[in-house]
Ligand binder design. Structure first.
Ligand SMILES: [Zn+2]
Length: 511
């Protein structure tokens, strides 16, 4: 007769006839367990639920949590201690769940920035001109156009999820098995495709109550906002509707409110709600110029700054401060932004600026209510500048003061290069901007061409900081703006949709 064990928050059945002897029957907060699938990744499952594994005996393949010795022979069992790593949610607005390294208030949220101390860990490597190599390579997920999140999702171990938003696929990395698993959608789950605008999700907000297991956050789809919940014990995912409508852009969060532009027969409106989707409202958008309608697609990822949410578009910007009507501000003709150059840059007085071109010259335009009014909050510059936040470059030279300041020329030869920032490390203890960049030596063409499919013969993956470190060299890169950096398992990783492997660099001394 089977024996039942309740251990921690899980229930196990002991059946000597099964191949694993112990069978996980239930885990609190997990709706379903597919043991046929789960037993193929026993080590991974043991880490997720805090179970024990055999060391020397073969009386069972897995033991319930709280077991220290095999009940049959007394052999000691192996229980992995919790490994604490900061969670990674990618560029995110809104409230972050516990475990994430939250950015300070004085920087915009939603750009490619992190508060993790990457520089301290990477700058111990041999500095340039030495060319390093990745410490790790992991296979790219089968559906390579994706965004990454690394968190414990309410389980006992941190895991990496790659969400392929152009293909409706949720991919899960099994670290002990060193392979990706494509999770199946539960019946009735929403289709996760979203390509109308740049992709961004809202991580699960910090809640007062119990953390929901598997909660990934609120994601945009073609048919609205859905809460995505993954279940690694059944290799599946499900969704719950939050707001059903045709979305114009990805959702953003500011303070305790979230918001998302959506399409109605009468044009674009802004939906807003509390962080958990409660207390929704629909807001009319105040047009500066009724002749220029609010675009229904093609928006960049939203960011928040100074209590306000921003969505940027080739045609203008949408601003919203909770408690006020949202405003649509078209750019004054003939100025057109260069959104592909990175994103808004921050001046020393704390204002944000966007680079663009009026057909003849580049300039930075202040992003605020006056930006669309034609008032001359514009700083002219003599060439393209790539970056965002305070990590900004004019060709190969870093721009260190205001976005329009003269670049810092440490090495004349660098003028022959182009640098594209990928990830800024925000630190209170550094006075110079640090971060991960791509350097294209000897590239003398236009920045627009480098970002638009031209083959770049040589690319250095480079850390810019107290000392610069070349992490790798890449041949024949195309579309460098599609690189996705992320931090997971004590390493910095760089993914590109055309690469077979994700490159990883160990962050020495990094918890
Ligand atoms: Zn034993």
């Amino acid at each position: 007769m089977d024996e039942w064990w309740r251990a921690g928050d899980s229930v196990w059945r002991e059946d000597a006839a099964t191949s694993t002897r112990f069978v996980l029957e239930a885990v609190q907060g997990v709706p379903r367990i597919d043991w046929e699938l789960a037993r193929n990744r026993l080590t991974d499952v043991a880490l997720l639920v805090g179970a024990a594994l055999p060391t020397t005996c073969t009386h069972a393949a897995i033991f319930p949590p709280e077991f220290s010795f095999c009940p049959e022979c007394g052999a000691a069992l192996h229980r992995a201690g919790p490994v604490q790593h900061a969670a990674w949610w990618g560029p995110a607005t809104g409230l972050l769940p516990p475990g994430a390294a939250t950015l300070p208030r004085h920087v915009p949220h939603g750009l490619s920035q992190t508060a993790l101390p990457l520089g301290e860990a990477l700058e111990g490597r041999e500095p340039e001109p030495a060319v390093g190599r990745p410490d790790w390579r992991m296979p790219a997920p089968p559906n390579a156009v994706c965004v990454f999140a690394a968190a414990d999702f309410g389980f006992s171990a941190q895991r990496l999820v790659a969400l392929a938003y152009t293909r409706n696929v949720v991919q899960y990395w099994d670290p002990p098995g060193a392979r990706w698993h494509v999770f199946a959608a539960d019946e009735g789950a929403a289709d996760l495709h979203f390509t109308a605008s740049a992709y961004a999700w809202l991580p699960p907000a910090e809640s007062q109550g119990e953390r929901r297991r598997g909660e990934f956050g609120i994601v945009p789809t073609a048919h609205g906002l859905f809460r995505l919940v993954v279940n690694p014990l059944a290799e599946s995912w499900r969704t719950e509707p939050v707001f059903q409508a045709r979305l114009a852009a990805s959702p953003g969060g500011v303070g305790r409110r979230i918001a998302c532009p959506f399409v109605t027969p009468d044009g674009v409106r802004l939906w807003s709600a509390a962080a958990d989707g409660a207390d929704p409202e629909v807001l009319e958008i105040d047009p500066l110029d009724p002749a220029v309608p609010v675009p229904q697609a093609g928006w960049s990822r939203p960011f928040s700054y100074d209590g306000r949410l921003y969505w940027l578009h080739e045609e203008g910007q949408l601003l919203w401060r909770p408690g006020h009507p949202p405003r649509w501000l078209p750019w004054p003709f003939p100025w057109v932004p260069r959104l592909q150059f990175g994103g808004p840059a921050r001046s020393r007085d704390g204002r944000l600026w966007l680079i663009g071109n009026d057909g003849a010259n580049y300039s930075f335009r202040a992003l605020d209510d006056g930006a669309g009014l034609g008032t001359p909050q514009v700083e002219s510059i003599d060439g393209a500048r790539l970056g965002f936040g305070t990590l900004l470059f004019r060709r190969g030279h870093q721009v260190k003061d205001d976005p329009w300041s003269v670049e810092d020329v440490e090495d004349q030869a660098r003028g022959d290069a182009l640098v594209l920032p990928l990830l800024e490390a925000v630190s209170a203890t550094r006075d110079q901007p640090s971060g991960l960049v791509l350097r294209f030596p000897g590239f003398t063409g236009r920045a627009e061409a480098a970002l638009a499919g031209e083959v770049l013969p040589r690319t250095f993956v480079e850390w810019i900081g107290r000392q610069n470190v070349i992490l790798d060299e890449i041949a024949r890169l195309k579309n460098p703006g599609e690189c996705v950096p992320f931090v997971w398992h004590g390493s910095l990783w760089l993914h590109h949709p055309t690469w077979n492997e994700i490159r990883g660099w160990k962050l020495e001394g990094f918890a």
